[in-house]
Structure formats: C-alpha cells, structure tokens
Design a protein around this ligand. Sequence first.
Ligand code: NAP
Length: 489
Amino acid sequence: MTAPREPRIVVIGAGVAGITTAYVLQDAGFTDFTVLEKGSDVGGVWYWNHYPGLTCDVPSQIYQFGFAPKPDWSKIWSTGPEIQRYHRDVAEDLGLMDRIRLDTEVTSAVYDDDAGTWTVTLADGEHLVADFVVCATGVLQNPAIPDIAGLESFAGPVVHTARWDDELATAGKRIAVIGTGSTGVQVVSALQPQAQSLVHFTRTPQWILWAPMWLPQLPFAGAALKAFPSAHHALYRGLLWGSGILADIVRNDTWRRRAVQAYARLSLRRQVPDGALREALTPDYQPLCKRQVVSGSYYRAIRAANADLVTDGIAEVTEDAIITSDGTRHEVDVIVLATGFRAHDYMRPMEVVGRDGLTIDEAWEGGPRAYRMTAIPGFPNLFTVLGPNSPTGSISLQHTAERTARYLVSWFDAFRRGEADRIEVTESATAAFNEQVVAALEPTVWNTGGCNSWYFNESGVVDLWPFDRRELDAMLSRPDPSHFHVRRG
Ligand code: NAP
C-alpha cells in the first residue's frame, strides 16, 4: 500500500459543470484543485448570455443544483439574471470562489508522456502542472456567426445574442433578428414592443409550445420550502422523477409523444388565426425533433403591427439593409444574430494534446466521441463533465454533472490511494458505448422527426443522451476497470 498523495486537479470552466465538479471535489475532501474560468464571473452560459428576454424554459425548482436548493425563486421559469445570481451565490456560499480563478483563459493542455502529467497553459503564458484535467467547458459556448455575404459591410450594430452589448439601444429602432431557436423566439418577444419595426428572418420555422413563462412562484411557496427543507428535497426528487417523462417522449413513439406534438400544433392554431402567417410559421417536420421551443409571447409578438416574418432566404447584407432572395430590401438599423452555437466544438479553440502527440482535432475528426460522456481514448487522466452525448432537455444537466463528477472521484481516489497513476479509457469500450448510443438513438424523435438541428454532429450522428436517467445513473455508478488501461508509475 502506497502512502496517500493528493492529486493536482485542474478544472476548466466554472459554469454548471465546473461549479458542480468543484463542489463534488470539495465534498470528497480533495484539497489541490483549481477551477480556471475565462469569463469574469461564474455561470457559464448564464454569464455569457444576457440578451433581452433571456429566460430558462426549464422550471427553476428543477433547474438547480441538487446540493444547493433555492426555495425562493421569483418565478416558475426564472430570468437569466436571477439564474446567473444563483450560480454566483452557490459558488460563494459553498466557499468555492477561493478555488476559482476568473478572467483566466486556458490556451492549451498538453499531456507529458514521460511524467504522466498535464501542462495547462494560460493566455498570459503561465503554466500549471496537473495530474488530472477536467474539461467542464460546456456545449453552448462558441457563438456561430453566419456566413452571410456583406454582413461585415453593415454600417449599424451587428450583435450576437451570446455576446449582447448592454449599451445597445434598440427602442425606436428598425431591428432585424436572424434565427428562430429558443433564443431568437425570446429576443423577438422582448424587443418587439419597443421597436419601431422588427423583421424576423426565419430559415426554418420552429414548433413553439405555449407556456405562461411569466408566472411567479406562489408567494408563500418560498417561505414554506425554506421552513421545511425535507419537503423541498422531496419536491426536487419528485420533479427529477417526473421529468423522466421527457426522456420517454423523445425516445418512444407513444401516445405521450403524440399528445405533446398535438399540443404544439394546437399552440400554433389557437394563437395565429391568420392563415398565411400560420402557414409561414408551420414547420415541415415533427414537433420535438429540434430542441423544443417554449414561449408564451412569441406568436403575439410576431402578429403585432410593427413585426414582420420573412421566410425568404437572405441573399446579402448591404450598408443599411438585408436583401432577401426575392430581391426585397429590408432597411434596418440593428442586426441581431440569434444564430446559435458551434455546439460540437466543446473544449476548442483550446489546444488539447494527449498521448503520443494526438490532438483533440485529430481524435474527433469525425465528430466528438467519448465514453459515457466523460473519457476519451488517447487522453489519459483527462475527463469531460457534460461532454459529448450529454443530455439536453431530457434529463437534468445538474444531475448529470453531479453523477459524472462523483464517478470521476472514484478515479481520483484510486490515485490518492496510490493504486493508479495513468487512467485511459480503452478504444474498444468507447467504440462499444458509441455503438450502443447509435442504436438507442435510432427511434428517437431527434432522428426520425425529419428535421435538421444542432444536435447532429459532423458525421450526421445525433450528439445527445438516448437513454433514460436510470441508465445514466447505472453507467456512472462506478468505473468498470475492464474498460480502462490503468497503470501505476
Ligand atoms: P439554435 O437553436 O441553434 O437556433 C439557431 C437559429 O439560427 C436557427 O433558427 C437557424 O436556422 C438560424 N440560423 C443559423 N444560421 C443561419 C443563417 N446562416 N441564416 C439564417 N438563419 C440561420 O440556437 P439558439 O436559439 O441560440 O438555441 C441554442 C440552444 O440554446 C437551444 O437549443 C437550447 O438548448 C439553448 N437555449 C435554451 C434556452 C432556455 O430557455 N432554456 C434559451 C435559449 C437557448 P435553421 O433552423 O434553419 O438552422
């Protein structure tokens, strides 16, 4: 038996996954870990996104950390600023801020084959040496800027929603919004009332489920949940259990899926009486195929007298207008890009170099792949939390991150006990897992619903979690040593 030794752990990113990892490491008694965050605050997407109308379409009583329950959300579906404040409060209240270095961008992480350590290099040139690297870098972090002819020649402001300029004046302006995902729908709803005019350019319409997103949490509920933590815990567990229905409806073509799809069609029919507008807003694929959009205000906004829906493709942008393929000039003052993210970039543009000089770009030439969302062949002692195939909209992200971080603790413990120095998932276990994923994805609505979405990676495979929560918990309960090369020394 070797004497216990403390692993040096670097966690990259302080969003949902990074905060969870830091909490779990602290909870498990690890003392030598640092979280590096390129932003000026914690929160990840909730730090970077602060566009008007930002709201989480997942109820806050479940969109929270299981280890940091917040009883007193002001709304059922909270706004971005409140959620961002929560992340900051959690990091402060749990004493994690001392571990987190803000404004600290990692440019590379390189494995040293001889030493069996990672060298993490920061933008200012500083180097950190670590026994383990945990990439908690998120999915929706690199804004996708569309390749539209002439966009750079536009004289007015062009802003991507994920890099919103809080000084930008939009009231009384002629606004163009490009993109109709969850973000586009929220930003159109927020900007339309004060705009002189708003033109929404939609390449592909979305199904939009109606929900009263403005509903406050019942005034006495916060105090009651605070007074009775066990009731709050039971509510959280109940919501977690109840959300299993989401995994079921995307995975199985049953009456439950068809009921939600019928509700999506009803939401459109009831709110858009005008036949031509309704037709323009009607997708040609099944509801739930893309990440489902939820809104209680979009259809009202797009019906307003100062709003226009444009479905013709964008041909080019000039100094003061967007020209569509039918030749129409749409003169505008501001262009808002709600065009989403390069979702499969994961830790990139960071340079990640594993064993024998293998780069992450080479390893992921055909699209990101990992074993059970967390381990990559060729990259010993490097793990991801909320990495490839993580669930989106079907299983709680916070729950998934915590299960993954606790799974990693098993390996860090083995290192601490001197039982393992180099831990690398095998190619065969990764390939077997990925085959299992592809087979399980087959009947999902993401695959069969007839749409294109950001879920598809470069190889045309859906990059999501196709199993239910029970299977997720089972796969992450404890590492299977036969799936890893484990070496000492
Ligand atoms: P998104 O779902 O990827 O939507 C991007 C939109 O931009 C699509 O409508 C896309 O059209 C359009 N687009 C992209 N390039 C274009 C081009 N060159 N010309 C014209 N249109 C173009 O991005 P998002 O709305 O930012 O949402 C991303 C994810 O963030 C969501 O799916 C969700 O997971 C998350 N999110 C969640 C919430 C929440 O409330 N929880 C809120 C916002 C975002 P096509 O469909 O034709 O490609």
